[in-house]
Design a protein around this ligand. Structure first.
Ligand SMILES: Cc1cc2nc3c(=O)[nH]c(=O)nc-3n(C[C@H](O)[C@H](O)[C@H](O)COP(=O)(O)OP(=O)(O)OC[C@H]3O[C@@H](n4cnc5c(N)ncnc54)[C@H](O)[C@@H]3O)c2cc1C
Length: 412
């Protein structure tokens, strides 16, 4: 099999034999969470079966914005060389437009070189990570997981379909990294998130729209609050464009996402930038499980949930990639320790819950407050933006106070 090595060059990887006693861990889903967890566990010397219902490269419906902090985590996993070689499109400015039409622009640079905010088509980004998981030693198999195997209440593998054949695969632990529609989460908890804790989103790729070079745009406007529309540049006059709206509002108002995307493109500030031959492609919709929902259990006897399967999407920004990577790192550490102690019970694995609470809750609380503010009291946001626009140095100071990753240089 041909795969890239850690420097991104293609090499031949020998066929992988399943270990005699079964895998240490089955990871369901080879998105950023699953591949990152696989790399971390393989680096710790564990045997990993990585399963995904799709073969790679594959598309993932997303804004393609790789948030700050993500690269740092990936560099820690040893992926600096292939990521630098991939040359994803760097973002250096953020443009926000508010429901009342105020415009706020900030320019920034990452505090550590090379570790900024990037836009990367998920087809390429996820493929890179999945390939690096294989290089690290994970055995990748295209398989649709249908359920879990249990022994005495302890998860000990999965039921899956491979090439149309039902099969079972055993392992000492299972990680559910299978995204917002996670079969692993449903098998473990059976909880469906309430519509007010879900965004439904639509994304497309646009050519022929005037793009502000290296600027990620966020457009909040009344028809979709507390959701927003985005334009994330990919270079060569191409951008990822889309919008997210809370599922309860979408349902209540009986709106359709394709109509809303059309309305977004017709907004005067966007339409004026559109060439006659502008072309939209790859339009598709997908849900986001927001971290505003309470009581999400993420650790079980023999199993952990990470990334979107664990409902770790920021309730304000809708970003989930950084949290997916961070949860993968935490889960891999806890599972490695549990395997060393030969105790993969909930009692041992539940420390992952504590680590998640510590890592994510302060940010999620702040983000949920901002989302609620946008929903019920957007005038507060307008007032804040008004003050920040009046005083760019104050804006930079505020931004720098909260940002661990960026130094904000100017606001205008
Ligand atoms: C429209 C949209 C825009 C977004 N924009 C951004 C953004 O710009 N920045 C950002 O940070 N986040 C964004 N997000 C969120 C981001 O996409 C997710 O948080 C991120 O993909 C989570 O990674 P993950 O690995 O947990 O799950 P995923 O990336 O969803 O990967 C899950 C994997 O599991 C596989 N799988 C699913 N079910 C099974 C099964 N039964 N058996 C086997 N395999 C299975 C899938 O094929 C998939 O490969 C956006 C989301 C949407 C919907």
């Amino acid at each position: 099999m041909k795969n890239p090595n850690s420097a991104g060059n293609m090499v031949t990887v020998p066929a992988h034999q399943p270990p005699p006693g079964g895998y240490d861990c089955i990871i369901v889903g080879a998105g950023p969470a699953g591949s990152a967890a696989a790399i971390a566990l393989c680096r710790a010397g564990r045997t990993v079966q990585l399963l995904d219902r799709q073969n790679f490269p594959r598309d993932k419906i997303c804004g393609d914005g790789i948030p700050p902090g993500s690269l740092e985590l990936l560099y820690e996993l040893g992926l600096q060389a292939p990521l630098e070689k991939a040359g994803f499109y760097p973002v250096e400015q953020l443009h926000f437009s508010t429901p009342a039409g105020q415009l706020l622009k900030t320019r920034f640079r990452p505090k550590k070189p090379g570790m900024g905010f990037f836009v990367a088509p998920r087809r390429d980004f996820d493929y890179l990570l999945q390939q690096q998981a294989i290089v690290a030693g994970a055995h990748f198999q295209q398989a649709q997981v249908k359920g879990l195997l249990r022994q005495n209440g302890q998860v000990c593998g999965v039921q899956a379909e491979i090439d149309g054949q039902a099969t079972t695969i055993s392992a000492r632990t299972v990680i559910g990294a299978d995204g917002c529609t996670s079969i692993v989460a449903r098998s473990l908890a059976g909880i469906k998130p309430a519509p007010r804790h879900r965004f439904l989103a639509i994304r497309g790729y646009i050519e022929g729209l005037e793009i502000f070079s290296h600027a990620a745009e966020f457009h909040w406007y009344p028809e979709i609050l507390p959701g927003y529309g985005w334009i994330f540049p990919l270079g060569n006059e191409r951008a990822n464009i889309g919008l997210a709206m809370r599922a309860d509002r979408l349902r209540r108002e009986r709106r359709k996402l394709p109509d809303l995307l059309n309305d977004f493109l017709q907004r005067p500030a966007i339409k004026a930038r559109m060439r006659n031959d502008a072309r939209l492609s790859g339009v598709a919709t997908w849900p986001l499980n927001l971290a505003s929902q309470q009581r999400v259990q993420r650790a079980y006897d023999g199993a952990l949930l990470i990334g979107d399967a664990a409902a770790l999407i920021d309730p304000f920004s809708g970003e989930g990639i950084h949290n997916a990577l961070r949860s993968a790192k935490l889960a891999a550490g806890v599972i490695d320790q549990a395997l060393s102690r030969n105790d993969t019970s909930l009692r041992m694995l539940k420390q992952y819950e504590q680590l998640c609470r510590r890592a994510f809750n302060p940010v999620f609380r702040r983000s949920y407050w901002l989302q609620q503010c946008m929903h019920h009291s957007p005038f507060l946001i307008e007032g804040l933006v008004y003050l920040l626009r009046k005083n760019p140095r104050f804006l930079a100071a505020c931004a720098n106070r909260f940002s661990l990753d960026f130094h904000f240089e100017a606001a205008y």
